[in-house]
Design a protein around this ligand. Structure first.
Ligand SMILES: Cc1ncc(COP(=O)(O)O)c(C=O)c1O
Length: 380
């Protein structure tokens, strides 16, 4: 049977690393996981307790396509609490993770062949989802001087139909401050292109609060998720905030593509939003890990990186060591028993000379990982 052209997306290299790490574990080795981009913690206990109650009480059938009204209202309330933004709950759409949000957003905003700008390095699935929807992802190589975030000059005169940014970003953890975000929004709107802000790492910030695009404009799509700050990756629930006149458009697509996000996960997500103590305890761990990681990587000899403002990654330039990050990652796994991600997932060109280190796991693991990386580098 014929396979479509649009289905020719690239694999996620980090999955190959995870595969190699689990093969090493199956062979009896102890591996420290610095490759995975997910919290080591589960959903907050208040979330699982709320779900247990809901399971006793009802069938948890479909919800309406836009999601449980109480969850949409609670998310709107959070925009008031976190950013002082007054948000109409009717503009909130509950999605199957932010991944489901991208599919809805790209379908609602773009036509076949439209060019959409994405920063490189960036989250790999942006490019692949765009390709699978017959859209044209345009990599915008970002500069370390701009802390690996795009600036308006990077896409001047490019005829983009959309720009997608992430702040804090994966793989770098860097953020756009308010003037930088505003400059991008102004430049995008000036080209009559759509602005999409991936805010999945909001809440995981270290020195200052991340800026939401909604502080600057209502004319943007904001995509977020319960996967990271709320520690609920496997529950596949997230949300999107869209302009008022796009709600019905997105609703019709969501009805047909997904029917709804998982009901059980929506119930748990609503309760998770009131588990601040537990979520802040997770933040204490990330904060300790971040300090340990910044110091430890520098001491090990991986010193070329922008300290992360948020998320739980360090993206290091290893051009002084290799021009084959995949081979370096493999060697680190084999010799040091530490799984790290080659930058190629995030930047198909410059990623040959970068590695991403995740510090989402427990602090003891990070300490052990750093010790092993130091020993590995000393022996090179
Ligand atoms: C920047 C970014 N956006 C989106 C996602 C997808 O997350 P989810 O679909 O679990 O919400 C990830 C996952 O790691 C990510 O790093």
């Amino acid at each position: 049977m014929r396979i479509s052209t649009r289905s020719q997306v690239d694999p996620f290299i980090v999955m190959d690393v995870m595969q190699a790490a689990s093969a090493a574990e199956a062979a009896g080795r102890h591996i420290i996981h610095m490759e995975v981009g997910q919290p080591g913690t589960g959903a907050p206990s208040g979330a699982t307790a709320a779900l247990a109650r809901a399971m006793d009480q009802g069938a948890l059938g479909y919800t309406v396509a836009l999601g449980l009204p109480a969850l949409r209202a609670r998310i709107a309330q959070m925009y008031g609490e976190w950013y002082n933004v007054d948000l109409d709950p009717n503009r909130v759409v509950i999605t199957s993770g932010s991944s489901g949000g991208f599919i809805l957003a790209f379908t609602a905003l773009f036509d076949t062949g439209d060019k959409v700008g994405i920063g490189a390095p960036g989250y790999p699935s942006y490019r692949q989802i765009l390709k699978a929807l017959a859209l044209d992802p345009v990599d915008l190589p970002t500069s370390p001087d701009n802390r690996y975030q795009p600036v308006p000059d990077d896409f001047a005169g490019m005829d983009l139909k959309g720009l997608l940014v992430a702040s804090p970003a994966n793989p770098t953890g860097t953020m756009l401050d308010r003037p930088a975000m505003k400059a991008l929004i102004d430049a995008t709107q000036g080209q009559s292109a759509s602005f999409i802000s991936d805010e999945i790492y909001h809440g995981i910030e270290y020195e200052k609060k991340a800026v939401t695009a909604l502080e600057i404009t209502d004319d943007a799509y904001v995509i977020n998720s319960f996967s990271k700050y709320f520690s609920m990756t496997g529950w596949r629930v997230g949300w999107m905030v869209v302009p008022e006149d796009h709600v019905r458009v997105v609703e019709r697509i969501a009805q047909n593509m997904f029917i709804c996000a998982p009901h059980a996960s929506q119930v748990a997500a609503l309760a998770a939003m009131d588990c601040e103590d537990e979520l802040q305890a997770n933040m204490d761990v990330y904060r300790a890990n971040r300090t340990m990681m910044i110091d430890g990587l520098r001491e090990a000899g991986f010193s070329s990186f922008a300290p992360p403002d948020g998320a739980f990654y360090v993206y290091a330039d290893v051009s002084g060591i290799t021009d084959d990050s995949r081979r370096l990652a493999r060697d680190i796994l084999d010799k040091a028993g530490v799984a790290v991600t080659p930058g190629l997932d995030f930047d198909p060109i410059r990623g040959h000379q970068t590695l991403r280190f995740s510090y989402a796991r427990g602090t003891a693991d990070i300490a052990e990982g750093i010790a092993r990386l130091k020993a590995y580098m000393a022996a090179r």
